[in-house]
Design a protein around this ligand. Structure first.
Ligand code: 5AD
Ligand code: SF4
Length: 495
């Protein structure tokens, strides 16, 4: 029997990329490939790249470099590089030149064409490098999706971003905003719920500016879409990301407050606490507006929890500006904060702004931000002790014999219980708190619940070389086999 061909996808960056890798996996599986967990076993390796910060790119280039020796030992292995990094100006050529063993380079807009690129590479043996600027083809997304995000299903509602925050590469690599028609989204959500998924996460770079059309051609706002996604029967959760504070409307907050299924954990990136910096970032809000939105959320959704993104060391940021960022953190009492050092991105306005902040100052500010973040989160977490929360059970760890689940706020909790709780909503009491980590115990009587074992494909853990250290041995063996094979071939030819 012919050995099945194997694929490995290495995913970098945000949830959008995680979901797009599920689409790439769908294409590969429809071509007869099955997944594997390291490159020594793979017939094709796909890099789904990110360009948001310099360190993401450095890591990806390093990883593509690591494949050189594997490709030497396995010359038939196909290497493809797609996603945000490839979409940047001149990057496709640079990748092909620097890494001549890469076979396919494709951009963010031609993900659906990957099937053609792969077939072309296999049938002609020639390299394929195609980057398009056509944003509308993102809508051609009725493709197979191989979902591996457990109980959660990602659903794209829109692509691209029109905001042009001055630090951000996204509008350049993801193009202008294009919204999917509402009915396509609702059909997808309905199907996912009927398949048993328990959480739907709506994805877009700036979901609040969703502007779709309904079946009669009328415009549909994000608030209307959310309310319609909330309208299905059964028990499920809805999350969405990412919100822009300038566009999060009162109407949307009302829909969340009245909804049955929409989670009260909201990601609301503030980026900076200084009006001066927000202005040069081109964020179109000031801290007064941000606080007004936070207060409205608190008033209408009393058990809401906020999370945020913050950039430190943006050009021109003084100590005084940074202290204002610490101030907004104390005000919003975030449940989670993703803090980043500002990273220069080629072609963005901030790249050439005066008064760039030196690395040492950025590091020092980031570490102060992390200290305050911990202080806020530890305090909030300590207050959870003894309380009972509804938890969606997401996975079971065999080695630790523990269940992992998430609260409505998005916070993770672990607790003992049988494996068939995965996919269930349970009440869990917080019985132990260690810094920001919480442990619980099931507060329901499991006997009265009709638990059935459900299967959800969990995220696949991958690496370039096998985790057990056997990688180099396999490679040496492959290289030796290839040498013997070539010898045989040349002997046969000379006969
Ligand atoms: N440097 C640092 N952080 C950035 N982000 C976006 N661009 C940059 C950059 N050039 C951060 C923002 C955004 C998150 C996804 O990444 O905080 O919300
Ligand atoms: Fe980047 Fe701003 Fe668009 Fe978010 S809203 S993707 S930070 S440009």
């Amino acid at each position: 029997m012919e050995k099945s061909k194997k694929y490995l996808i290495l995913t970098y960056g945000c949830q959008m990329n995680v979901h797009e890798s599920e689409k790439l996996a769908g294409i590969l599986e429809s071509n007869g490939y099955t997944h594997c967990t390291d490159a020594t076993n793979a017939d094709i390796v796909v890099f789904n790249t990110c360009a948001i910060r310099e360190n993401a790119e450095e890591k990806i280039f390093g990883n593509i470099g690591e494949l050189k020796n594997i490709k030497l030992a396995k010359p038939d292995m196909i290497i493809a590089v797609g996603g945000c990094m490839s979409q940047q100006k001149n990057y496709a050529d640079e990748i092909m030149q620097k890494y001549p063993y890469v076979d396919i380079v494709f951009g963010t807009h031609n993900l659906a064409d990957f099937d053609n690129f792969l077939k072309k590479r296999i049938s002609t043996g020639k390299k394929v490098s195609e980057i398009t600027e056509d944003e509308t083809i993102a809508l051609r997304d009725q493709m197979l999706i191989s979902r591996t995000s457990g109980v959660n299903a990602w659903v794209n509602i829109m692509y691209g971003c029109n905001n042009f925050c001055t630090y951000c590469i996204v509008p350049y690599v993801r193009g202008r905003e294009v919204s999917r028609p509402e009915q396509d989204i609702l059909n997808e959500v309905k199907k996912l719920l009927s398949e048993g998924y328990k959480q739907i996460t709506l994805l877009g770079q700036n979901v609040n500016s969703y502007k779709g059309i309904d079946e009669n051609g009328n415009t549909v706002s994000f608030a209307k879409l959310l309310s319609d996604v909330d309208g299905f029967d059964g028990k499920y959760r809805v999350r969405f990301m990412t919100s822009h504070p300038k566009d999060l409307s009162s109407e949307t907050i009302d829909v969340i407050a009245k909804s049955k299924h929409i989670c009260h954990g909201i990601h609301l990136p503030v980026q900076s606490g200084s009006d001066k910096i927000l202005k040069t970032m081109n964020r179109h809000y000031d801290i007064e507006r941000y606080k007004k939105v936070v207060n409205e959320i608190r008033e209408k959704i009393p058990d809401s929890e906020l999370t945020t993104d913050i950039i430190v060391g943006f050009p021109g940021e003084t100590e005084e500006d940074f202290e204002k960022t610490l101030e907004v953190m104390r005000f919003a009492k975030y449940m989670q904060i993703f803090g980043f050092n500002y990273s220069k991105r080629k072609g963005t306005p901030a790249e050439v702004m005066p008064n760039q902040v030196d690395y040492k100052t950025k590091q020092e500010r980031l570490s102060r931000l992390l200290n305050l973040k911990n202080e806020i989160i530890y305090k909030k977490t300590a207050e959870m002790l003894g309380k009972t929360y509804e938890v969606l059970v997401e996975s079971y760890d065999e080695n630790k014999d523990l269940l992992f689940g998430s609260l409505d706020s998005g916070k993770t909790i672990s607790f003992k219980g049988p494996k068939n709780c995965v996919g269930e909503f349970l009440n869990v009491r917080v019985k132990e708190v260690r810094k920001s980590v919480i442990y619980g115990e099931i507060a329901d009587d499991l006997e009265t619940l009709n638990l059935t074992e459900k299967t959800f494909k969990q995220p696949i853990q991958v690496s370039i070389l096998p985790k057990d250290g056997s990688g180099m041995k396999i490679l040496r063996q492959n290289k030796e086999n290839k040498r013997l094979e070539d010898n045989e071939k040349s002997k046969a030819k000379n006969k």
